[in-house]
Design a protein around this ligand. Sequence first.
Ligand code: SAM
Length: 239
Amino acid sequence: VNFGDELVDPDEKTRRVGGVFSSVARNYDLMNDLMSGGMHRLWKNRFVAKVKPRAGEQILDMAGGTGDIAFRMAAKGANVTVSDINPDMLAVGMERAKKQGIGGLIWQVENAEKLTFADASFDAYTIAFGIRNVTDIPAALREAHRVLKRGGRFYVLEFSTSEWPGFGELYDRYSEHLIPRIGKTVAKDEESYRYLVESIRRFPKMGEFRKMIEQAGFRSTSVEPILGGLVAIHGGWKI
Ligand code: SAM
């Protein structure tokens, strides 16, 4: 499998992705604002508006990191479990929750490829800017399907490829040159941000990823492009 431009074995990739997120955890929220010009907040708002979390629902926010999606869903009254493979990201999230006075969340270290939850545990499963970092994506999609109840919904927020003429190239140039530099200056970590850019470039295009979701068993799948598909919200149902 790929780690950036390098070929490594799957365990090595998982280990290195772990290293990337342990390294970026402390600066993660600030870097998101800098890199996206604050736009990630709008994308996350749009995403949660689509998920429509309801009071009392059980929702799993996978690769939940520092809690951005989970906080928004908990505000609607949903019972949210935040899971991530990286304890450092969750630790930053727990601190943030405490500071902001957000309670009632369950924080649990989990690998998206092999969840410890029982079948049919959740009403909804969300994963935001996480799936592209997972080593075995089909395995993670199958696990998402397994832990959802019948009638449960599945939503993915992820970078994709913009279909607006010229815009994709423009973004590629921005991300290739500027993001590692911002990473170097602000987070003192150029390599991790180089990996993050590479992982965006390598992620399957919208149509292809939608097919992968269908192959995992989801039905009535959908995709909503944002900025022509620079970012996309994929959805599906377990029926
Ligand atoms: N969802 C958060 C957000 O939108 O701000 C965090 C996104 S962050 C870019 C990606 C997260 O995916 C990291 O916290 C990383 O630890 C997590 N991750 C990577 N591989 C994973 C895996 N196999 N299982 C669970 N989480 C994983």
